[in-house]
Design a protein around this ligand. Structure first.
Ligand SMILES: Cc1cc2nc3c(=O)[nH]c(=O)nc-3n(C[C@H](O)[C@H](O)[C@H](O)COP(=O)(O)OP(=O)(O)OC[C@H]3O[C@@H](n4cnc5c(N)ncnc54)[C@H](O)[C@@H]3O)c2cc1C
Length: 461
């Protein structure tokens, strides 16, 4: 069978695409979703059961439907939760919301497109003789489709030191992917932990450790030692940005700072920029984009990706009682000592070398800039010249319609990508409010394409 559409992936992007395709495709159409995650749609972000793993976006902006913004808040209320639109719900609840939303669209079988969920990993991809692409799956099957959407997410960034420079006996103490929460149960109550990275992932892991009963020292090391800011308890109204003509990063940031100096709430300024961020990124040249990534990215992240006030309060208490310390510096070495690792780093802005002991090393350096190194499928597709990385190596090259671009600069017919993989084109494409818009646009594009061969498209929700 050749499917009309295949989605490869099983995280938020994949479920948002499935939901939107079910809304826009005719009932005669067929969809395959290939993913290796048993909790389809919940992905790394929304499968957690820790209550303190909160959304970092208020409930009012987390509907999976861009055109029905109250959907998530209404779902929460139907579950008996007394929520306000500006509350930060748990990520576990969000996962359940996605599951219920998909289930309700799957119910009217006779009025919707056919969907097959295939639990497998896609390992390779080749062009079909006539039309579309064929994917090889690790369950030995294969899958043919006329339209394909790659929604594979991005992997974890590497440790900030090459593995061959780390003593061999420490490797079993290194947690490279902290999202496999199983590692928490191996940690002793008083073990000392070193966390690389000081962003949202770090905060999640520190609070998870404490929730599991861990009481030992936690050292957080990142180049700048910057920790995400909290959302205010009452949201500041977005302030329309007053941007200059110049696309120099220093001029753009200078303009935003001026607005704050002139009395605007900085959170309102950052939020006001948000609807324009994708267009602004697209108007920057390669040099300006890479300058932004080198010099402003870490600052942007802590102001833009803020955390729920309650989560921040808990984390701040750990900083104040001294059991969690954030160090700003550059990792120099990881060497084994009597019962774990000795971590040496150069303090930021000095030549001083400092050190601390750790029983465990946890990589929380994030996922935004991980490229395609995590995915044998994408690497194989690159080797076959089906995809090419974007110029900064954030993901793969796509055009403004999310169509995958080949090495000759041409959009590949029927091949699309979604989510963080498309950050080179869109930059702001890692959070729900952006991915949902992309998912709906892609579903409409593909529905229009299919409608050219199938009359009378149906919209069921
Ligand atoms: C911890 C965390 C918290 C977040 N919190 C928020 C929040 O509060 N609000 C917000 O708006 N955003 C949040 N985000 C951001 C955003 O919602 C997620 O990054 C989003 O889940 C991205 O989904 P994705 O499907 O693109 O990628 P992923 O979630 O990474 O999913 C990709 C999936 O594809 C599967 N896959 C990969 N390769 C293959 C293959 N070859 N074959 C088959 N399957 C494959 C993977 O196993 C994985 O399940 C959070 C992200 C994280 C990580």
């Amino acid at each position: 069978m050749t499917y009309d559409v295949a989605i490869v992936g099983s995280g938020f992007s994949a479920i948002a695409l499935t939901i939107n395709l079910l809304r826009f495709l005719p009932s005669s159409a067929s969809i395959a979703v290939v993913g290796d995650d048993p909790g389809f749609g919940r992905g790394t972000a929304y499968r957690t059961e820790f209550y303190l793993h909160r959304l970092n976006v208020p409930a009012a902006r987390m509907s999976v439907f861009p055109d029905r913004p109250d959907d998530f808040v209404e779902w929460l209320r139907q579950q008996g939760r007394a929520v306000f639109a500006e509350d930060f719900a748990s990520r576990g609840d969000y996962g359940l919301y996605l599951r219920d939303t998909l289930a309700s669209l799957l119910r009217p079988r006779e009025r919707r497109a056919h969907v097959d969920f295939i639990k497998a990993k896609a390992t390779a991809c080749v062009e079909c003789e006539h039309d579309g692409l064929v994917f090889c799956l690790d369950n030995t099957g294969e899958l043919k489709a006329r339209n394909i959407i790659l929604a594979l997410g991005v992997g974890n960034a590497d440790l900030p030191l090459p593995k061959d420079r780390i003593d061999g006996d420490i490797h079993s103490r290194i947690v490279e992917n902290p999202w496999r929460l199983g590692w928490l149960s191996r940690v002793g109550r008083r073990d000392e932990i070193c966390v690389f990275g000081s962003g949202l992932t770090m905060i999640d892991q520190v609070l998870s450790l404490r929730a599991q009963g861990h009481r030992g020292r936690i050292h957080v090391l990142s180049r700048r030692g910057l920790v995400p800011h909290p959302h205010p308890s009452r949201r500041a109204a977005p302030v329309p940005p007053e941007l200059p003509e110049s696309r120099e990063i220093s001029a753009l940031l200078g303009a935003l700072r001026r607005q704050v100096k002139n009395g605007a709430d900085w959170r309102g300024v950052v939020d006001g920029l948000r609807p324009q961020t994708q267009a602004l990124w697209q108007s920057l040249g390669k040099e300006q984009r890479s300058r932004f990534l080198r010099h402003a990215f870490a600052w942007w992240n802590i102001h833009r990706h803020r955390i729920a006030p309650e989560v921040f309060t808990r984390f701040e208490a750990l900083l104040k009682d001294g059991t969690v310390t954030v160090h700003a510096g550059y990792l120099k070495s990881i060497e084994s000592d009597a019962d774990g690792a000795n971590i040496r780093y150069r303090r930021r802005g000095t030549q001083d070398i400092a050190a601390f002991h750790a029983d465990w090393i946890v990589n929380c350096t994030g996922m935004e800039r991980a490229g395609i190194g995590h995915s044998p499928l994408l690497q194989a597709m690159r080797d076959r010249k089906m995809i090419v990385m974007d110029e900064l190596g954030l993901g793969i090259r796509v055009d403004p319609q999310s169509r995958v671009i080949d090495p000759d600069g041409k959009p590949q017919p029927g091949l699309f990508a979604a989510g963080a993989l498309t950050a080179g084109q869109f930059w702001e494409i890692t959070a729900v409010p952006d991915i949902r818009v992309q998912a709906m646009a892609l579903a409409e594009t593909i529905a229009a394409k299919i409608a050219q061969t199938t009359p009378r498209p149906a919209r069921i929700a």
